[in-house]
Ligand binder design. Structure first.
Ligand code: PLP
Length: 376
C-alpha cells in the first residue's frame, strides 16, 4: 500500500532506461526476435506501464507467468503477442481464447485440453510447446517429443513455437548449458520449421548459438545482473529513496534493535529510516556484530544497517558522516546510483530478481519518461 500523503518513500522507475535496455538486448540478438518477459508485475516495476513502454521501444512479444498477467498485458498493449509461461490452467481455455493468450503447453493433459478446444471450435488456436531439457521444472519430457509430434500431425495442428529453459545460464561456462543446447536441438528436429526459443537474459548474453528465432529476456530489461562474475552492462531502471524519521545517538556497549544482536563498539550516531521487511527490506539484511548486513546511502555516503531489520523501520549507523548530519524527512537511498539491486541482493543472500519482485512497500511509485526513444 502506497502512502497517499506523499510522505513515504519514492520508488522511481525509469521507463527510458527500460526502453534502452530492450533496444540494447535487441541489438545483441539481432538475428532473433526479442520478446519481453513481464511476469510478476514486470519484475515489480508495474506490468501495465512497463508493457506499454516496452511496446513503445519495439517489443511485440510478451511473456507472462499467469493468465491474469496476460489479461493485464492485453489491456495495456492490444496488439501484443502474449505467451503464458505457466501453461494452460485447467478449465481456462475459453479465457485464453477470449483474451487471445497463447498457453506455453507443458504436459500431455495441457495439450489434450487445448487440442480438444481447437477441435470443438474447429480452429487452430495458437500455442507454444515447452520441452524440459534438464531443469526439471515445467515441460514435456524429452521422451514425449515423438508422441506430441504424432498427436498434432494427426490433427494437422502446429505450435507457434517450441521452447525450453536453461538451468545454469547465469554461469556461461557451466557444462549444463551445452548439454541443454544439444538436447534442445534434438527436440527441434522433431518439429522442423517451427520457430524455437531457448534463452532468458543470460542465455541471450551467452552467444548466438543460444538465440534461435526468439529470445526471452526478463531481468536484464530491468537493470539486473543476468550473468555472474561479469560487469553488468544494463542501465539501472529502479531507484528507491525512503525518509529518515529520526537521528539519534547511542553509547558504546548499548545494543541496537530486537534481540540486542548488535552492540556498539563506539559512541554512535544513528539514523532511523522508514523502511522495514514489510517494505521489501529483507530481514536477512539485518546486521549483528558477527555478520554485516545491508547498506543505504545517506548524504552520498554508504552507511551500514546495524541490528535487526524490523517490520517498519531499520537503523543505519551514520557516525562516519561526522558533522554532516541529515535531517528528519531527508531521503536515504536504498536502491540507486550508489547501491544497486544486486548489491542489496548480495548482502541479503538472494538475487536481484527477488529484490525487484519484493518492491511492494509503503512508498509511491513514480515513472520517469514513457519508453518513447528517438528513432535510430
Ligand atoms: C522468467 C523466465 C524468463 C526470463 O528470465 P530472466 O532470467 O529474467 O531473463 C525466460 N524464460 C522463462 C521460461 C522464464 O520462466
Amino acid at each position: 500500500m502506497a502512502l497517499t500523503s506523499g510522505l513515504g518513500g519514492q520508488l522511481s522507475i525509469d521507463l527510458g532506461a527500460l526502453a534502452r535496455n530492450w533496444r540494447a538486448l535487441d541489438k545483441v540478438s539481432a538475428g532473433a526476435l526479442t520478446a519481453a518477459v513481464v511476469k510478476a508485475d514486470a519484475y515489480g516495476t508495474g506490468i501495465t506501464t512497463a508493457s506499454k513502454a516496452l511496446h513503445a521501444a519495439g517489443a511485440r512479444f510478451f511473456f507472462v507467468a499467469t493468465p491474469d498477467e496476460g489479461i493485464a498485458v492485453r489491456a495495456a498493449v492490444p496488439d501484443a503477442h502474449i505467451f503464458v509461461l505457466n501453461g494452460l490452467y485447467p478449465g481456462a481455455a475459453n479465457l485464453y481464447i477470449r483474451q487471445n493468450l497463447m498457453p506455453v503447453l507443458a504436459s500431455m493433459p495441457m495439450l489434450e485440453e487445448w487440442l480438444a478446444k481447437c477441435v470443438e471450435r474447429n480452429e487452430a488456436y495458437p500455442s507454444a510447446f515447452h520441452f524440459d531439457t534438464g531443469i526439471n521444472r515445467l515441460g514435456f519430457r524429452l521422451n514425449e517429443a515423438s508422441v506430441v509430434r504424432e498427436r498434432i500431425q494427426a490433427l494437422g495442428y502446429a505450435p507457434q513455437m517450441v521452447m525450453s529453459h536453461l538451468a545454469c545460464a547465469d554461469q556461461p561456462n557451466h557444462e549444463k548449458n551445452r548439454t541443454q543446447l544439444a538436447l534442445f536441438g534434438s527436440v527441434m528436429n522433431q518439429f522442423p520449421g517451427i520457430p524455437a526459443s531457448l534463452s532468458n537474459s543470460a542465455g541471450l548474453m551467452t552467444g548466438r548459438d543460444y538465440h534461435f528465432q526468439m529470445v526471452r529476456p526478463g531481468i536484464a530489461l530491468y537493470g539486473g545482473r543476468a550473468v555472474n562474475g561479469r560487469k553488468n552492462p544494463m542501465a539501472p531502471v529502479v531507484t528507491l529513496h525512503v525518509p529518515i524519521l529520526q537521528v539519534t545517538e547511542a553509547r558504546t556497549g548499548e545494543t541496537v534493535g530486537y534481540g540486542g544482536t548488535y552492540s556498539l563498539s563506539r559512541n554512535s550516531r544513528l539514523a532511523i529510516i522508514s523502511h522495514g521487511y514489510a517494505d521489501g527490506f529483507f530481514r536477512s539484511l539485518s546486521a549483528s556484530n558477527a555478520r554485516p548486513g545491508g547498506k543505504v546511502a545517506i548524504r552520498n555516503k554508504i552507511c551500514p544497517v546495524i541490528g535487526r531489520i524490523s517490520m517498519d523501520q531499520s537503523v543505519v549507523d551514520i557516525t562516519e558522516l561526522g558533522s554532516d548530519i541529515p535531517s528528519p524527512g531527508e531521503g536515504a537511498e536504498v536502491l540507486g546510483d550508489m547501491i544497486g539491486i544486486d548489491d542489496q541482493a548480495d548482502a541479503a543472500g538472494t538475487i536481484g530478481y527477488e529484490v525487484l519482485t519484493s518492491l511492494k512497500g509503503r512508498y509511491s511509485r513514480n515513472y520517469i519518461g514513457d519508453g518513447n526513444l528517438p528513432q535510430e
